[in-house]
Design a protein around this ligand. Structure first.
Ligand code: FAD
Length: 523
């Protein structure tokens, strides 16, 4: 099959549809602000401008997705305001693991040097059923053969600061209370159309009971087989900006923009106010993490345990992790997948306690070495959330459910969706308007549709305890199999077809050739 042209994506040399080997590449796709309108956006938007100042773009949230989007837009010369309710540095519950995919995005934003003091890991150690397999990060033409662990306390401020240096205005300790709907009759019509479409989408998704491959979000069943499951055709309303509260003074005001980007994370209050909903049939993760002091804090590998068990000793779909931070501590956590509603009966705190108690003694995890009680959060996966666009707005990162269903990784996808959104918003600002915003959906679809569809099938597979046991116990005995699986799960497939790439291509083809069977498997 010929390599597709994936807008906004640097081809790492994908040889088949949907094998996402590249990294997003806005320099080719982010039109700069026209020279005639270019000022210094940083200066233009600083210094106590009144609330009437109309920004080109307002972004809600300065996590990985919001800050990446802000960086790429500001770098292209647009006037960007980012509103963040916390003040950096701030805590964010996370495993703190950056894969090579995330490192590539940080490097593209000029930030790899800033990671120099962080812990660099060179591979993944997989453990399960008494077996241990150590696998280096694969060589790849686009991604580096290493990752980092760095607390979100330290990481997120770096990226937000990078966006500021590129010219974005960052309003910290300022909470977005609600979106401002646009007032023109045209916008009101769009808003009404959006409401009707959302109602229809909700109805179809609810009545299908699954969501994947069905309903409006599936392109109304069109496309190749079970494909185009990610594309949402419904629309959110047009917006004029947001209402914010300065958490220092308590004062509320409006921050207005021609375009709005919603990047407020997995709870996404603002996204939900605008009308986004989560497809219940799509995978949802629940994860808990805590810090421990450990003699192995600078271990060169991140470690995952594939056989975590509930109170009855039954293996549950998910994994436990120990990620060395290199600063005397390790980040320890458990993540659980929500398929078949099974996790509802599982107590994640107990799961975490059991994992810590059963972890290899050499890590030195105990109540005495714990740095505090664990905290948790939800991981909406596989673009479970929609609609993701309106005439002048886009939803990105966790707010759109962008997390990789194979491994629960969300930072890289926050950076990537932020970057893809920046391309579309920039084109819209350059004169293309809503048509360019609609292209964000196309870009998402081209970059992730097939991969996340196979990911949903994987989640269904590992949710079956017998299948999970068989896969891991057989797979763990084959280094070739596990290395291939690592490539697929971390989304690091290469352009030249090796076993992983061929296996993945076969999975995508099965889905395309046998839409009916695949649809039931891939739901
Ligand atoms: C326990 C756990 C472990 C994880 N481990 C990993 C891992 O090891 N590696 C990995 O890649 N991913 C991991 N993830 C997923 C990762 O944390 C997310 O995918 C990632 O943070 C998404 O980035 P984001 O910018 O979309 O959202 P967020 O990081 O949640 O950022 C949203 C921002 O918006 C701000 N905000 C929210 N509401 C408002 C408002 N109303 N007004 C103003 N600001 C607002 C928030 O303060 C926040 O700064 C983990 C998640 C959990 C829960």
């Amino acid at each position: 099959m010929p390599a597709p042209t994936i807008p906004g994506v640097t081809q790492g040399g994908a040889t088949t549809r949907g094998r996402p080997t590249g990294a997003t590449d806005p320099p080719k796709h982010t039109p700069a602000r026209p020279a005639s309108r270019r000022g210094n956006p940083r200066r233009a938007s600083r210094g106590g401008r009144s609330q009437d100042h109309l920004h080109d773009v307002v972004i809600v949230g300065a996590g990985p997705s919001g800050s990446s989007c802000a960086y790429w837009l500001a770098d292209a010369g647009w006037d960007v305001a980012v509103v963040e309710k916390k003040r950096f540095p701030r805590e964010k519950t996370c495993g703190d693991g950056l894969t090579p995919r995330a490192v590539r995005q940080l490097a593209d934003m000029g930030l790899e040097g800033a990671l120099a003091g962080s812990h660099r890991h060179t591979g993944l150690r997989s453990c399960g059923w008494g077996l241990v397999l150590e696998m280096p990060w694969p060589e790849h033409p686009v991604f580096p053969p290493y990752g980092y662990t760095i607390t979100r306390h330290d990481l997120d401020g770096l990226v937000a600061e990078r966006a500021q240096k590129a010219g974005a205005t960052l309003h910290q300790h300022t909470e977005v209370l609600e979106p401002l709907l646009a007032e023109s009759s045209e916008s009101r019509a769009a808003a009404n159309a959006g409401t009707a479409a959302r109602a229809l989408e909700t109805l179809l998704v609810e009545s299908s009971g699954v969501g994947a491959g069905a309903g409006v979000g599936a392109g109304a069943g069109a496309g190749a087989g079970a494909g185009t499951a990610l594309r949402s055709q419904a629309s959110l309303p047009a917006c004029a900006g947001v209402v914010v509260r300065d958490l220092d003074t308590g004062r509320t005001r409006e921050v207005r923009g021609r375009y709005l980007v919603v990047a407020d994370g997995s709870n996404s209050r603002i996204g939900r106010q605008l009308g986004t909903t989560r497809r219940r049939g799509f995978p949802l993760g629940m994860a808990l993490r805590g810090y421990y002091r450990s003699p192995r804090h600078d271990d060169p590998c991140i470690e995952s345990h594939l056989d975590i068990r509930d109170a009855r000793g039954e293996v549950v779909p998910g994994y436990g992790w120990i990620f060395p931070l290199g600063d005397g501590r390790v980040n320890v956590g458990v993540g659980l997948l929500s398929t078949e509603q099974r996790w509802k009966g599982v107590n994640t705190s107990r799961l975490m306690e059991a994992f810590v108690a059963g972890a290899p003694k050499s890590w030195g995890l105990s109540e005495e070495t714990s740095c505090g009680p664990p905290t948790g959060g939800k991981l909406p996966m596989s673009f479970a959330v929609g609609p993701r666009t309106g005439p002048n707005l886009v939803v990105i990162g966790d707010a759109s459910g962008a997390i990789n269903p194979f491994n629960g990784e969300g930072i890289a996808y926050g950076y990537e969706t932020g970057r893809l959104a920046a391309s579309s918003v920039s084109e819209a600002l350059s004169g293309e308007g809503p048509a360019a915003i609609a292209r964000y959906e196309e870009r998402l679809s081209e970059a992730y549709d097939d991969y996340y569809r196979v990911g949903r099938a994987f989640v269904r597979l590992v949710s079956n305890p017998t299948a999970m046991h068989w896969c891991v116990s057989v797979g763990m005995r084959s280094e070739v199999f596990m290395k291939g699986l690592l490539r697929i799960m971390a989304n690091l497939m290469r352009p030249d077809p090796g076993p992983a790439e061929l296996g993945y291509d076969a999975l995508v083809r099965i889905a395309e050739l046998m839409p009916q069977k695949a649809a039931s498997l891939l739901r």
